[in-house]
Design a protein around this ligand. Structure first.
Ligand SMILES: NC(=O)C1=CN([C@@H]2O[C@H](COP(=O)(O)OP(=O)(O)OC[C@H]3O[C@@H](n4cnc5c(N)ncnc54)[C@H](O)[C@@H]3O)[C@@H](O)[C@H]2O)C=CC1
Ligand SMILES: O=C(O)C1=N[C@H](C(=O)O)C[C@H](O)C1
Length: 239
């Protein structure tokens, strides 16, 4: 595959290492300083783009890839209020788009465990649920995209919880997500169900960025030749 790598920060570099190891070519490494590679003439020479940038730039980058009609695999967090705009264009113009708040296999399995636990807890009023996410101090968004995915999975299944809040909350209908920033934490997510007599805690701890990067390259390999909107559930056959 000829990859246009959009975003050449911590994730861009981790993805580059794995893509090269697997025999792929990095055609462009697009960063803040060489955004001219986002022009159609450059992008359309690539088989696809892998996009890991910032909450403020992801939307525009994905539109640029759609202009060039190349598939996009995006993992940027903190911009999902605009996701529907991208899905709409993707459907209308028959483009190819795959998004995941977390590309690691471990977290995608953790998502399934979280959903099952939440479904079981809907009838167990004595349990309250809280979440915590821990990331490095350079992270721009809070709560993490993964924590929002986990929270939405709970809200869909637990009728006594109405919304998530980032920070402390004493309101019974709110799902509290605490965010901690400390180095080098690549990403830890914990969901705790507590009752007066016991707690159930599930935690996923990333030891490095390798799992995210490897998942993103696997998603890029999988999406080749496909049209439509996809997630890691499709890649891993979890749908
Ligand atoms: N979905 C997943 O599995 C994961 C998602 N992430 C997310 O990926 C994003 C990037 O994370 P990191 O690499 O750690 O951040 P980073 O800050 O190390 O790198 C971001 C890079 O994007 C570049 N950039 C900014 N605007 C750009 C533009 N318009 N075009 C091209 N490049 C641009 C910056 O110069 C920087 O090098 C964040 O939103 C983070 O939350 C991070 C890890 C895993
Ligand atoms: O910024 C990061 O580093 C990470 N971001 C993603 C998120 O916001 O969930 C995924 C992972 O936890 C690392």
């Amino acid at each position: 595959m000829k990859i246009a790598l959009i975003g050449y920060g911590k994730m861009g570099k981790a993805i580059e290492a794995i893509a090269l190891e697997r025999g792929h070519e990095i055609l462009y490494r697009v960063d803040l300083h060489n955004k001219e590679f986002l022009e159609k003439g450059f992008l359309q020479q690539a088989d696809l783009a892998i996009e890991f940038t910032t909450p403020d730039t992801a939307l525009e980058n994905i539109h640029r890839c759609f202009d060039a009609d190349i598939p996009v695999v995006s993992g940027t967090t903190g911009w999902l209020d605009k996701l529907e705009e991208i899905h709409q264009r993707c459907r209308q113009e028959n483009k190819t788009f795959l998004y995941a708040s977390n590309f690691s296999i471990g977290v995608n399995i953790f998502f399934e465990v979280n959903k099952q636990l939440a479904a079981l807890m809907n009838a167990q009023q004595q349990y309250d649920v809280k979440m915590e996410e821990i990331h490095h101090t350079q992270k721009k968004d809070a709560p993490s995209g993964t924590a929002i995915s986990l929270a939405e999975q709970v809200l869909e299944r637990v009728s006594r919880k109405k919304r998530w809040v980032n920070g402390e909350s004493a309101a019974a209908e709110e799902l509290e997500i605490r965010s901690r920033r400390e180095d080098p934490a690549p990403g830890t997510h914990t969901v705790t169900w507590g009752s007066p007599v016991d707690d159930i805690t599930i935690t996923h701890t990333a030891h490095s960025r390798e799992g995210f990067a490897s998942g993103a390259v696997t998603a890029a390999e999988w999406i080749q030749g496909k049209r439509g909107i996809f997630t890691m559930k499709d890649v891993l056959g979890l749908s």
